[in-house]
Write a protein that binds this ligand. Sequence first.
Ligand code: ATP
Ligand code: MG
Length: 582
Amino acid sequence: MRASELFTPTLRETPAEAEIASHQLLLRAGFIRKAAAGIYTFLPLGWRVIHKIEGIVREEMDRAGGQELLLPIIQPAEVWQESGRWELYGEEMFRLKDRHGRSFCLGPTHEEIITALVRAEVNSYKQLPLRLYQIQNKYRDERRPRFGLLRGREFIMKDLYSFDRDEAGLQESYNKMYVAYSNVFRRCGLKFRAVEADTGAIGGNFSHEFMVLAEAGEALVLFCHHCDYAANVEIAPAAPSPVAGDAQPLPLEKVHTPGRRTVEEVCAYLGVDSRRLIKTILYEADGQLVAALVRGDRELNEVKLQKVLESARLNLAEPDKVEEVLGVPVGFVGPVGLGRIPIYADLEIPYLVNGVAGANEKDYHYLHVNPGRDFVPLKVADLRQAGAGEPCPQCGSPLEEARGIEVGQIFKLGTKYSLALGALYKDDKGEERPVVMGCYGIGISRTMAAAVEQHHDEHGIVWPVSIAPYQVVIIPVAVRDAAQREEAERIYAELRAEGIEVVLDDRDERAGVKFVEADLIGYPLRLTIGKKTVAEGTVDWKWRWSKEEKAVPREGVARRVKEAITAALQTPDEFYRGYPGL
Ligand code: ATP
Ligand code: MG
């Protein structure tokens, strides 16, 4: 490709709405453009990267026994009603009606539609196992579309569904996918971790997320250096660690705490350690008010709470609603005398002796609150967020913390969807059984953004070779110099003949401008053709992630590039060793 013909409109200014590096750089370097909130156009360079990632994903899915198909984006409401998710999916689902008034949605995911397909087409054990996948747009009306491609409302996903005869078959499919996913992200040149994960709205009972490690990640993962334990903080168990307190419970005492609402304010005012405070947080779970208690120094984990409550929807209660129902502002709510509102307490709460809590009266708190004596929780469970430094649940070593971008997730679904939709097969004895399912997603467009998040510097993007839009850029220093121009043209032709994806920057621009743009776009290898090429027969060779530039012989440069690119593609781990991003 010639730079003079390439449609890559770059921006000088960083668009104000773009908060994180990947969003800024993908806009500035001309990879994407916004059409609406969370909805993007992929420009030619961006689309090439998408194709690269898709290519790697296809190879690994096929290698793991997958067969590609294409399911419809527009899905009839009926299959979603059969699974019960038409209601459950809520406002995230884009819904529409046809001219006859029939309801449809734009697929946010495809469990229902593919289970309906298998129900109709598979009836014997001889047709199993089956692993079917597609790469396609997904539609989710996210509450907060943001960070460019990281959280879009229209985004590209690979989704594979496995159908097996039994649990052992599912385990095999799951293992194959785990390996395939690891291969995909390794080949994409990404530093990642597979972590144990929550199953969320998809359901099922076992799951891993694949996290690209990056500061901008929305997810927090805990991992252990001494064993292989790694989990999303959403599900990481938090063992109670009681603090030594008073020996004797004292009588309850109401104290005036004017305007002190937060943990910090109350503790400072009363001169108590935050570990003695009982934080009372009110939630609405499927429309019902519930109170959750954690110690003042702890964070409540909503995923754990939702699991304990077995609720479909969980939101923080609106302060207005709390005041309306309890007649007290949120900062002064406590577990003593809460009436009929059920109380869910974290494991550490029962250990407290003479704790402090809101008195359910404006501007008052209680001292010497003793769980069991002054209030009785409906349930005591692990509700708090675990953190770095706490013991690993597997081996006891201190856990470490990292931020991650979830680029993929794999689930064991079991028979949830096959039973709901009636996807049955006859086993070798002629008995009917539900097919046993798994589902496996990769955010293709999110992976592109995650790669930029992990691989960039102050000058621009640093693409791993395997997913770069082009592998090499050739920059002639002076295109008006006929000898240099001709050399550049010849090298360009030689590289193309070797099958290298190369851009020749043939524009009549200053070399400095071209270097800046090449760094912004992030071509992995830059070859500079200048006076020395003509006079001494050398070409300047520079990897995007390295500061070093070296002169290599003009003779045989195409073969040399070919070898280097092949090595980079075959051994991504070794290739990037020494590059700080990996
Ligand atoms: P999240 O928790 O980030 O909302 P999810 O768990 O709902 O994601 P899945 O249903 O597991 O997502 O979808 C599979 C993959 O699709 C995710 O691992 C992620 O890479 C990608 N993905 C999900 N939602 C989005 C989105 N709004 N924009 C871009 N990619 C997404
Ligand atoms: Mg997920």
